[in-house]
Design a protein around this ligand. Structure first.
Ligand code: PGA
Length: 254
């Protein structure tokens, strides 16, 4: 996806119906086709991935899932495999979101999910984030450990299919995002940590997204001043026309 900005819409448990999912996805797809410098990935809930897909290939637009099972197949009631969402057209999957970590996903579980996603030929959007910040900088150790442990065992040749999403937990669903200066500092740290594990070339290439309270008003400023490669957008990604305005604002960045 070269140096184009990457905007990922994490729909979470929205919208209420397949009809609404179809409508929102169609609008996002139509707008994405006109973008010059931006790629868009939308991640609907599992049952709406198909509704959000289209028979015609769509320019600058891809589908993703919000999670996958750690298992490939078998007797796992309620689970959905990476291969299944891939067969519906999903090319990305979010993994390690703080809401899933809060529900019990450890770094070990996340690393197994990443392996499933990569094995299915998809790109993993790996979320990391600190719950609080202190003067002693302990949050940096926390982020470093999450990156190292979540990516344990991932072969270096597959890192081109890893995207990192930094989301400070307190900013998720909040009114205000983290300050752009802090986003910039943390994005550099995330890249540096990745480079320390996988080498300088992988560190230069990896995309780092910011997520947490992103909306159409602050999106462009976060990318420009925060110097991130894109955004992971929650509530605003199912809010039309807000998401459309967000995509246009980001695409205006030279
Ligand atoms: P938000 O969520 O944009 O609604 O803050 C972001 C996320 O959780 O990915």
């Amino acid at each position: 996806m070269s140096s184009r900005k990457l905007i990922v819409g994490n729909w979470k448990m929205h919208p209420a119906s397949a009809e609404d999912a179809k409508r929102i996805a169609r609008r996002a797809r139509t707008v994405a086709a006109k973008l010059l410098r931006t790629n868009v990935v939308i991640c609907p809930p599992f049952p709406f991935i198909f509704a959000a897909s289209s028979r015609k290939p769509a320019a600058n637009f891809r589908l993703g899932a919000q999670s996958v099972s750690i298992e490939e197949t078998g007797a796992h009631t309620g689970q959905v495999s990476a291969g299944m969402v891939r067969s519906l057209g999903a090319e990305y999957a979010i993994v390690g979101h703080s809401e899933e970590r809060a529900a019990g996903d450890t770094d070990q579980i996340i690393s197994r999910k990443i392996a499933r996603i990569l094995d299915a030929g998809m790109t993993a959007i790996v979320c990391v984030g600190d719950g609080s910040r202190t003067e002693d900088g302990a949050h940096f150790d926390h982020i470093k450990n999450q990156i190292r442990d979540s990516l344990a065992g991932i072969p270096a040749e597959k890192t081109s299919r890893i995207v990192l999403a930094y989301e400070p937990i307190w900013a998720i669903g909040a009114k205000e995002p983290m300050s752009s200066a802090d986003i910039h500092e943390t994005a550099i740290f995330v890249k540096k940590t990745f480079a320390d594990i996988f080498g300088p070339e992988a560190g230069l290439k990896v995309k780092v997204l910011y997520g947490g309270a992103v909306n159409f008003r602050n999106a462009a400023e976060i990318i420009q001043a925060g110097q991130v490669d894109g955004l992971l957008v929650g509530h605003e990604s199912v809010n039309m026309p807000g998401f459309v305005e967000l995509l246009k604002a980001v695409d205006h960045i030279e």
